[in-house]
Design a protein around this ligand. Structure first.
Ligand code: NOJ
Length: 567
């Protein structure tokens, strides 16, 4: 294991050490590892991961070779949507530790030259947030209600919701409240669960409160924010009826005009936040979680005075197909460069079917979205892992910034056979089990094959059951195996840094059979065989390969990095 340089005084030196152009901002090229705290590592033994658990494993992340961590929500929350329902934006939920634990983690990460971005959830709060409780008490027409989207209902007695919007998690997007006099009263909007009321972003109290929240974490030293539902804050003021197409991914809202996604006014919020971040030293960054129908639309979120990055979900949703991948990569690089932003790349996160399963799904759920229609299907395990390793080998060679989701470095598949009684995603409950939701990609990590709970928790407890197959994926089984997925990730990340691929330029290569994706980034040649037969590859020094090379042939579903390749 690499021993961390804990004498490094601050991040400015780190910036010099990063494989990017002198003076370039770190987030343009960084590999950012997503920590889903409740499933990463549990230090307390209650079966839920926590912040000290992350601190305990920082050296493993240094050894993996990532530049930054994104922490999914750990703020105070009743956990109705795994922390995306916040009651106090400026405190740590006792489930995950204390503010002191957060400060310790941040300091320990910075001393190892790892940056930290935190999740910010500005579209909605928890229904237990003090503002929402006050809004219920204060009644219609009050300043307290004006911070959320309360409206009178339609119908003779207001018994019908104000419009026909559906929640992303299924069911209606409006819930009626009981007023102080005990009678049914107004309705409030919640694009997600009924425990997640949407703020009204035309309200100055809301804008000011989130400036305070940003400053709170920036003052503590965080390096940026991943902004939840960044396309959803502002709604069409008329709240018009809208029915998405039956096959639309509700998070994606595939349509060009959706009255609750991508409204023009949302950009003012991010310009304001950009100015606020600029008041702080160092490069602090905002990353948009914005499911929008096109890359061109998404690029509006990263114009020079707005956010710094946006997740490239178009790339994530692209199938295992050479022509489609080439098209989306080219479009991403061109479109984001057009607004001066880096493209990002991502294959897995806590909302989608893990790519080691998604890339080999049966036809049941072609998009593989955990909260989309259909079940996660029945992936073909070996094919899925082989393709996932090849897909990551392609992704980590691309210029820009890449996101990894905890556990993908172990090759973890989606857990598709969780018992119904164990499921926790609100999607499962709001659709009466019609949609499985996202629990299958959130199962706690296996660290040690032979420890209770595979080393996730000292007691062996785990908030979602870990399958028996976790034993073979455990980190300690992989760490010294040169053929393991963990070793592949380490090799790719180390070579990506050494060859400065994040800051590089992509040049497509021709002359390969159909179904082959081939490009150069500097002196690294990347070839992925997505055809149905082995292909001959050029001679050159193999830097990394996602699977065995047979003679001078690259087998199907395999990708390789070659240095100084020649015909
Ligand atoms: C997107 C988050 O990634 C997801 O986990 C959450 O359920 C919704 N936003 C609502 O906050």
């Amino acid at each position: 294991m690499t021993s961390p340089d804990i004498t490094a005084p601050d991040l400015d030196e780190r910036a010099d050490a990063l494989p990017s152009r002198p003076g370039a901002e770190w987030w343009r090229t960084a590999v950012i590892y997503q920590i889903y705290p409740r499933s990463f590592a549990d230090s307390s033994g209650d079966g839920v991961g926590d912040l000290p658990g992350v601190t305990d494993h920082l050296d493993d992340l240094v050894e993996l070779g990532v530049d930054a961590l994104w922490l999914s929500p750990f703020q105070r929350s009743p956990q109705k949507d795994a922390g995306y329902d916040v009651t106090d934006y400026c405190d740590v939920d006792p489930l995950f530790g204390t503010l002191a634990d957060f400060d310790d983690l941040l300091a320990a990460a910075h001393s190892r030259r790892i940056r930290i971005i935190v999740d910010l959830v500005p579209n909605h709060s928890s229904d237990q947030h003090v503002w929402f409780r006050a809004a219920l008490d204060a009644g219609p027409g009050s300043r307290e209600r004006a911070r959320y989207l309360f409206r009178d209902g339609k119908g003779e007695h207001g018994e019908l919701p104000p419009n026909n919007w559906e929640s992303v998690f299924g069911g209606p997007a409006w819930t009626r409240v009981i007023e102080a006099d005990g009678t049914p009263g107004q309705w409030f909007l919640h694009l997600f669960d009924s425990t997640q009321p949407d703020f009204d972003w035309s309200n100055e109290d809301v804008r000011e409160e989130f400036r305070r929240v940003l400053r709170f974490w920036l003052d503590r030293g965080v390096d940026g924010f991943r902004v939840d539902v960044a396309h959803g804050l502002v709604k069409d003021a008329a709240l018009p009826d809208y029915i998405p197409p039956a096959d639309a991914d509700s998070m994606g809202g595939d349509e060009a005009h959706v009255p609750y996604w991508g409204q023009d006014g949302v950009h003012d919020v991010y310009r304001d936040w950009h100015r606020l971040l600029d008041e702080y030293s160092g490069d602090r960054a905002l990353c948009a979680e914005a499911w929008l129908p096109t890359i061109a639309r998404t690029a509006l979120w990263v114009r020079p005075d707005e956010m710094h990055q946006a997740f490239n979900f178009a790339y994530l949703l692209t199938g295992w197909d050479a022509a489609a991948l080439r098209a989306i990569i080219a479009e991403s690089l061109r479109t984001y460069a057009g607004v001066g932003a880096p493209s990002t790349w991502v294959l897995s996160n806590h909302d989608v079917v893990r790519h080691a399963s998604r890339l080999a799904l049966t036809a049941e759920n072609p998009q593989g979205h955990g909260i989309g229609p259909g079940s996660p299907g029945k992936p073909i395990a070996d094919v899925g892992l082989r393709r996932a390793r090849a897909a990551t080998t392609v992704m980590l060679a691309l210029p820009g910034s890449a996101y990894l989701y905890q556990g993908e470095e172990l090759g973890l598949p989606e857990v598709v056979d969780l018992p119904d009684a164990a499921r926790q995603d609100p999607t499962w409950f709001r659709t009466q089990g019609e949609r499985y939701g996202r629990d299958g990609c959130r199962v706690p990590l296996p660290w040690s094959a032979d420890a209770p709970g595979y080393g996730f928790s000292p007691t062996g407890d785990s908030w979602l059951p870990q399958p028996e197959q976790w034993r073979s994926f455990a980190r300690d089984v992989q760490v010294d195996d040169p053929g393991s997925t963990l070793s592949l990730y380490r090799a790719l990340l180390s070579a990506r840094r050494a060859h400065e691929l994040g800051a590089g330029t992509l040049e497509w290569m021709t002359g390969f059979p159909a179904g082959v994706l081939a490009f150069r980034n500097g002196n690294v040649t990347v070839i992925a065989n997505i055809s149905d037969a082995a292909i001959a590859i050029p001679r050159g020094t193999v830097i990394a390969t996602s699977g065995p090379i047979v003679g001078d042939e690259l087998p199907v579903d395999t990708a390789v990095w070659l240095e100084d390749a020649r015909a």
